[in-house]
Design a protein around this ligand. Structure first.
Ligand code: DX5
Ligand code: ZN
Length: 231
């Protein structure tokens, strides 16, 4: 299980320190949420943040583009130091071209799907990606409640990956905390994005990350997803 702290929930006034803290605590990559106020109703950060972070961490910088036209921003983020890009299936009529552009830049490529998007859309694109991201909240904001109906979808994406491209990572993003970690890990997610549950706690990021790792070993303690959604 890999942890990708989302800096959307970090204290931007001491961002470098917070990233150093999660790196020391064993984070696997840093998740950078980019929002354009159009694809999602919120604004966040641009390449300048990535450029600054590139100087203070050795961790891979994963850039989640929640923007209407990701192609416009690939070069800027790649030069700034992004190592991988997550682009959305929704609203991209030229997704294959976008993925080829990412690969041409020498970066890892992933496709994200929103909670209302069926997993089957990934079937024809799986050969072109290194990771699949299942959104477990609607994109745009941190600190939202995990949407439980996404759990069976994670299972289906895991099945699709095993069938068509073993080795492709399955990642989840949104509302990931010690309660939801067992559900998503059991469903087949191997990379967990977490913002609030890592940066929002009172006892520091290392303790928070330990809680998530411990929770990932308790996949048998929770009721079945079917029972959960019936509750
Ligand atoms: C939501 C973002 C997430 C967000 C997760 O649009 O893509 O990465 O930061 O935040 P939490 O972990 O607080 O739900
Ligand atoms: Zn994200």
């Amino acid at each position: 299980m890999k942890l990708a702290p989302s800096i959307l929930a970090a204290d931007f006034a001491r961002l470098g320190q917070q990233v150093a803290d999660v790196e020391r605590a064993g984070a696997d990559r840093i998740h950078v949420d980019v929002m354009d106020g159009h694809f999602v109703p919120n604004l966040s950060m641009g390449p300048a943040i990535v450029e600054s972070l590139r100087r203070v961490t050795h961790l891979p910088l994963e850039t989640h583009l929640m923007v209407s036209d990701p192609d416009l921003f690939l070069d800027g983020f790649a030069s700034a130091g992004s190592d991988s890009f997550l682009v959305h299936w929704e609203g991209n009529n030229n997704l294959h071209r976008t993925l080829q552009r990412i690969r041409a830049l020498g970066k890892r490529a992933g496709v994200a799907i929103n909670p209302a998007t069926p997993p089957g859309v990934l079937e024809d694109i799986v050969q072109d990606v290194d990771l699949m991201l299942v959104m477990t909240v609607n994109p745009g904001f941190g600190h939202q409640q995990f949407i439980r109906t996404t759990v069976p979808k994670i299972v289906r994406v895991r099945e699709l990956v095993e069938r068509l491209k073993p080795g492709c990572e399955v990642e989840v993003d949104g509302g990931i905390d010690a309660t939801t970690v067992p559900l998503v890990v059991r469903a087949g997610a191997t990379v967990l994005v977490a913002g609030t549950s890592i940066f929002g706690g009172g006892d520091g990021v290392a303790a928070a990350m330990t809680r998530l790792r411990v929770a990932s070993n308790h996949t048998n303690d929770q009721p079945e997803p079917a029972e959960q959604s019936a509750m």
